[in-house]
Design a binder for this molecule. Structure first.
Ligand code: GN1
Ligand code: MG
Length: 362
């Protein structure tokens, strides 16, 4: 179905005056559409969900309903319209629509006056981002995690991610293995370290919480004028998880000196000023509700998420690029190398990272 059909399904009022394709996600197709209805100007986000990645999108929408309603109920009334995503219902009352081709659509209100950032140069913004993700955890700390669907089973099960990569290396379906031997070597060398968190979880040393699991900085809405944080978005992967996953993935993305797919890896590395700023914001929010062990594993979370993503990008590259969207043919390989460069730098700075975390735990 085309977008015009989707407008009708979700009952968008008025006339469409503009469509922008938003390109910063790697999975779903996302459009911002502007509508004029008399004097009213409203924008909406329309998404078509990638069903190769998300096998049961209706489970996502069930999780999303529960989580957004839970958060909305806790916000003061004046913050409700901008503080949480508001999905639209179709005529049948469902918050999604499956068209005749099997494409899966959803729509939510664009938060007026909001912006997202793909890079963070100002440490104050990163501190605010840390506080926003920390607060997201707090808001959901009393949410019964057992009522949430596990959207992608084993999403951050780093051990399973490694097993899958090793199977792909063995099968070499796209004939690319011989060109990435140093990358495979690095990942093998750091496998033990990257699997530690999952081992601790399995041993019952760390509690499962409701986590976001995809805490890239561009999943936070900021007020375009004041830079106040408004809402955490992209709730597709909200599931039970570890605090260290959310902290770690946010550091991986936000405290990197470069983009996550920088081809010149000499530009890539962990920026300690950004690291400290995010940590100050995040730890400040969660320190009273976290166990000592959880706080001790935060820096390990950053290394784990970075190595894990290198494993995932490389696996997809070797598998013939089926999962992540590409901007050019070798994109997954470039992403892999960039994540490896970042992980290597983090491993060197592990002690420094721990020192900084400790400073804010106290
Ligand atoms: C994907 O599409 P996006 O940007 O929300 C991926 C994340 C990765 C990220 C890397 C469901 O997220 O796990 O960290 O790309 N999401 C899924 O940029 O696999
Ligand atoms: Mg996402």
């Amino acid at each position: 179905m085309d977008l015009t059909g989707i407008y009708k399904i979700f009952g968008l009022p008025g006339k469409c005056s503009g469509v922008t394709v938003l390109k910063n996600g790697n999975i779903n197709k996302t459009f911002k559409v502007d509508f004029v209805d008399g004097d009213r100007h409203d924008s909406y986000i329309i998404q078509s969900i990638n069903t190769y990645v998300f096998k049961k999108p209706e489970y996502i929408m069930s999780n999303v309903r529960g989580v957004t309603e839970h958060i909305a109920a806790k916000l003061p009334e004046d913050k409700r319209s901008r503080g949480v995503l508001r999905f639209l219902d179709a005529a049948d009352g469902k918050n999604y629509y499956v068209d005749g081709d099997g494409s899966f659509w959803r729509a939510y209100r664009f938060v007026p006056g909001s912006v997202t950032y793909d890079t963070f140069d100002d440490p104050a913004l990163l501190e605010a981002a840390g506080a926003a993700f920390g607060n997201f955890q707090l808001l959901l700390s009393d949410y019964d995690a057992s009522t949430l669907y596990e959207i992608i089973p084993g999403f951050h099960d780093t051990k399973k991610r490694y097993e899958k990569l090793m199977e792909t290396v063995e099968a070499d379906p796209a004939g690319r293995v011989s060109s990435v031997l140093p990358e495979i070597e690095f990942l093998k060398k750091n496998r033990k370290c990257a699997e530690m968190l999952v081992n601790m979880l399995e041993a019952g040393e760390l509690p499962l919480r409701v986590t976001h699991n995809d805490t890239k900085g561009n999943n936070i809405l900021f007020d375009e004028k004041t830079n106040e944080t408004l809402a955490v978005i992209d709730l597709d992967t909200v599931m039970p998880g570890l605090v260290a996953y959310d902290y770690g993935d946010a550091i991986r993305f936000g405290a990197n000196k470069s983009d996550e797919d920088e081809p010149d890896t000499s530009k890539t590395g962990l920026d300690m000023v950004k690291f400290e700023a995010f940590t100050r914001g995040f730890v400040g929010m969660i320190r009273n509700t976290s166990t000592e062990k959880e706080l001790e594993t935060l820096s390990l979370g950053a290394i784990t998420m970075t190595v894990e993503l290198a494993v995932r990008f490389l696996d997809d590259y070797l598998d013939g690029d089926k999962y992540f969207k590409l901007n050019y043919p070798e994109h997954n390989l470039v992403r892999t190398r960039c994540q490896i460069a970042l992980a290597a730098d983090m491993i060197n700075k592990k002690d420094q990272m721990d020192e900084i975390v400790k400073k804010y735990v106290r």
